[in-house]
Ligand binder design. Structure first.
Ligand SMILES: [Ca+2]
Ligand SMILES: [Ca+2]
Length: 188
């Protein structure tokens, strides 16, 4: 007899009679842990800046249909003038590894891209990547293998903030940040 079950997280359990040396027949249950799963955004807001074109659906595929944002008109120089906050829900309650990737580019060459994930332990955004944005699509991937569970909220929520800021005083204005795809990849 073999029984098979799948839990809400997609893990597969197989139970059956196992012939073991010395102990005769036993029941054995084997859990097949699901591999890395992509998780796409379920919503977004702009902490700063404004949407020029595109929508949530633009972020869900690497298809050159992009969410295009421009800086806010009035902003303090210390704050990135584009702050894209993206939410998702994890299908897994436990994480051994979390990856977060952003495929994007900016219309000017001196824009800094900063990736932060919301740390539910400290209740602050934790910056995990700072780089100079490219002027054609490129993908930045952040990989967290040390305590990734700090980025998982009590209701399994995931939250990220991707910011764009001009690094120098000279830049074409207005400039744009164009995000093609955002996703998490989580491993149970
Ligand atoms: Ca692309
Ligand atoms: Ca897209």
């Amino acid at each position: 007899m073999i029984a098979l079950a799948v839990d809400a997280a997609g893990n597969v359990y197989v139970t059956g009679i196992s012939a073991a040396a010395g102990t005769g027949y036993d029941y054995a249950t084997i859990k097949y842990v699901k591999g890395p799963s992509p998780v796409w955004p379920s919503g977004y807001t702009l902490g700063r800046g404004a949407v020029f074109s595109g929508d949530l659906g633009s972020l869900l595929l690497n298809d050159n249909n992009r969410l295009v944002m421009r800086p806010g008109v009035v902003f303090p120089s210390q704050e990135p003038p584009i702050q894209l906050i993206v939410n998702a829900t994890s299908p897994n309650e436990t994480l051994s590894k979390l990856e977060f990737s952003v495929e994007a580019h900016c219309s000017a060459s001196n824009i800094e891209q900063r990736i932060a994930l919301y740390n539910y332990d400290t209740q602050t955004y934790e910056t995990l990547s700072t780089s100079t944005s490219t002027t054609s699509d490129s993908t930045t991937v952040v990989v967290v293998t040390s305590n990734p569970a700090r980025f998982l909220g009590p209701s399994l929520e995931l939250r990220s903030r991707v910011s764009y800021k001009a690094q120098g005083p000279t830049f074409p204005y207005p400039w744009f940040a164009r995000v093609d795809e955002i996703k998490w990849t989580i491993t149970d």
